[in-house]
Design a protein around this ligand. Structure first.
Ligand code: CO8
Length: 379
């Protein structure tokens, strides 16, 4: 479809689905350390002979200090803390049932539609964008489109941590080009199946969640709170420092499709060092292109991977610390939720802004990929 081109696109609603199951650092560390002690006992001879290395213990204090994460939500908790399993037990659903990711997506989507004062009939396009989709086809987005009875078209897109911001960019462009008037974007971040709960360096990092956003033409927006998208910015640079090799070629590579390198793994220290200056440069450049300065921005809804990373980026940008109102933190409760982090921050921490106040939504992570949007509160 093609409609007259509007002169601006707005975010008119956001939604959040938070699973009911919480896993605290203490619970996670107890399970991991129990598994480690058993592993080290079982392999005591080989460890003594130097044939294999003893597994190191994890600590809840380290996790909070190194990441700022105190807990995470799990779509299904069963199995994660079971030292004979250490992965969630998610029963396979039949093809007639709504898939797990589509169910998470639908729940966040309904919330966003309500906030935007829209019904399925108003939506022209649905996009599911996240770090993983549970299958290749049919697209999860088309399943969600069907479940919500949306006409028009739908597609999936994967950009790891920047999936949500990059999808917002595409929605902005669709609205501005007049190819869709109102778009539903959903980020069902079902991360727990990809976490290696036997890896001390990464077992604590991720949580499950789904976020959703409605982007539409300013002309059609009736929402009580809306944000005009002034500009979008994106940047990518190839790096294997955050990587998952899970993929359909494992079958023909004759390798273990669930081997350690097929799960999330990273060189976290390297990512930290590479990405912080990239984000600083990217956001400065983006603001400059609009003739704006750092001081013009009232709120920073940043990606939520690591509190020290956010504090360092804010320090670089502002030359000072920022309070949690100015640069909200949600990762203490939610952990790293891949692309959903900055959207959760935006969803939960929009209050207190005045009309015409400016804010930045920004993601950064695997790829590397950085995405940003400069938004202005207009209702
Ligand atoms: N308990 C106790 N000690 C530990 C633990 C632990 N759990 N883990 C590591 N240590 C030890 C280390 O072995 C090390 O010991 P030593 O000094 O003796 O060598 C020491 O503690 C310090 O380790 P690090 O240097 O690794 O610690 P850091 O301070 O760097 O913190 C972090 C580690 C938290 C991983 C940090 O580096 C970080 O957050 N970096 C940024 C990572 C990041 O942003 N990555 C992006 C990932 S998200 C993304 O891109 C999305 C991917 C798609 C989603 C995936 C879904 C599954």
């Amino acid at each position: 479809m093609s409609t007259p081109k509007p002169n601006s696109a707005v975010i008119s609603g956001t939604g959040l689905f938070t699973p009911e199951n919480v896993i605290t650092n203490e619970e996670l560390v107890t399970a991991y350390n129990t598994w480690v002690n058993r592993y080290n006992d079982t392999h005591a001879d080989k460890i003594k002979k130097g044939e294999i290395e003893a597994k190191p213990l994890s600590s809840a204090e380290f996790i909070v200090k190194a990441s700022g994460i105190a807990q995470r939500f799990a779509y299904i908790k069963d199995g994660i803390l079971d030292i004979d399993r250490m992965r969630p037990r998610i029963p396979e659903r039949s093809e007639a049932e709504l898939s797990d990711q589509a169910e998470m997506a639908v729940r966040a989507a309904r919330d966003a539609l309500q906030a935007a004062e829209k019904t399925a009939a108003d939506i022209d396009a649905a996009v599911v964008s996240c770090a993983y989709t549970q299958r290749s086809y049919p697209a999860i987005a088309i399943e969600v489109q069907n479940a919500l009875e949306i006409d028009g078209f739908a597609f999936d897109m994967l950009v790891a941590c920047s999936a949500a911001t990059f999808a917002l960019h595409r929605a902005f462009e669709m609205v501005m080009a007049g190819t869709a008037r109102c778009i539903l974007l959903i980020n069902p971040e079902l991360t727990s199946p990809q976490v290696n709960y036997q890896d001390r360096d990464s077992h604590f990092i991720f949580g499950d969640v789904a976020t959703a956003t409605v982007v539409e033409s300013k002309d059609t927006c009736t929402a009580s709170q809306s944000y005009e998208i002034l500009s979008t910015g994106a940047e990518t640079k190839f790096s294997s420092n955050v990587r998952s090799n899970m993929g359909y070629l494992s079958r023909v590579n004759d390798v273990d499709p669930f081997g350690e390198d097929k799960l999330f793994h990273q060189n976290g220290r390297r990512v930290f060092k590479d990405v912080c200056p990239m984000v600083d440069r990217h956001l400065r450049g983006h603001l400059q292109r609009l003739g704006l300065s750092i001081k013009d921005i009232k709120r920073w809804w940043l990606h939520q991977a690591n509190i020290n990373m956010n504090q360092m980026i804010i320090q670089k940008l502002l030359g000072r610390e920022a309070g949690t109102e100015e640069a909200p933190i949600i990762l203490d409760r939610y952990a790293n939720t891949a692309s959903a982090g900055s959207i959760i921050a935006f969803h939960l921490h929009k209050d207190g802004l005045n009309m015409d106040d400016l804010g930045v939504i920004s993601s950064f992570g695997a790829g590397y990929s950085i995405g940003s949007l400069i938004v202005k509160k207009i209702s």
